[in-house]
Design a protein around this ligand. Structure first.
Ligand SMILES: O=c1ccn([C@@H]2O[C@H](COP(=O)(O)O)[C@@H](O)[C@H]2O)c(=O)[nH]1
Length: 239
């Protein structure tokens, strides 16, 4: 999934510890989404085998946000790419892990799967962070500045794209043009609860700013009818 979609596409985040429930959601939303996301909650509860089962419905975005020394991250990438049939289409690591870690991840993916390797996405500043929360970690200057700094580093190190909030999409497009994949959580349809997300926007706003993929979890999975919720969000996106 390293190629860019023609217009902004939808990714449903299957956040649950219950593999059967996640598979049910994947089957239900499949007609309306480009990918489904397996994150830490599902992966840790159900184990690596869940990726292949979910991938029967839609390609998987494996969002484990690797962040470790280069050798360890390279090993983790080799492990999740080992079974070609169950390999994810995209995976994440933290941009803050540094250039050597990102280079090692990309090399490991290429060595394991060649041209069929997953897209490597660098998480910049988590969408749950406010400027104040970021400052508490020792990063001054606010999320926008830190996102640009990490984006520059990650793309130079070989990342195919970035995970950012809706609020940084326009600035990233201005700085880096159309090529990097921009994968954007923190999406909230009008009227839905923000929950722990701090830097948010609606699907329509985020698509208009130039996002490639919109990641939506609870507004879909918490709905009475997840398929209908996914269909409504997909229909709101420009084609
Ligand atoms: O900065 C980030 C990176 C990843 N996420 C993930 O996206 C989904 C969002 O779920 P919602 O329920 O729509 O809030 C979730 O799986 C996160 O792990 C993110 O939110 N922000």
């Amino acid at each position: 999934m390293r190629q860019k979609p023609n217009a902004a596409g939808l990714i449903a985040a299957l956040d649950t510890p219950d593999a059967a429930r996640a598979e049910g959601w994947a089957a239900a939303v499949a007609p309306h989404v480009g990918l489904v996301k397996v994150g830490l909650e599902l992966f840790c509860a159900a184990g690596p085998g869940v990726v292949g089962r979910i991938a029967r419905h839609r390609p998987v975005f494996l969002d484990l946000k690797f962040h470790d020394i280069p050798n360890t991250v390279a090993g983790a990438v080799r492990s999740v790419c080992a079974d070609r049939a169950a390999a994810p289409a995209m995976l994440t690591l933290h941009g803050g892990g540094g250039a050597a870690m990102i280079e090692a991840a990309r090399r490991a993916a290429e060595d394991t799967l060649g041209a069929a390797r997953p897209a490597i996405l660098a998480v910049t500043v988590l969408t749950s962070f406010t400027a104040a929360a970021l400052a508490e970690t020792g990063v001054a200057g606010g999320p926008a500045q830190q996102v640009l700094r990490l984006a520059r580093l990650a793309l130079a190190a070989g990342a195919d794209g970035l995970v950012c909030s809706p609020q940084e999409v326009s600035r990233l497009r201005d700085a880096f043009g159309g090529a990097p994949l921009l994968v954007v959580p923190g999406i909230r349809p009008a009227g839905s609860a923000a929950g722990d997300q701090a830097r948010i926007a609606t699907p329509e706003e985020t698509a208009a700013m130039g996002a490639d993929w919109l990641v939506v979890g609870r507004p879909i999975t918490g709905a009475d009818d997840p398929a209908a919720a996914a269909a409504a969000i997909a229909a709101s996106l420009p084609r």
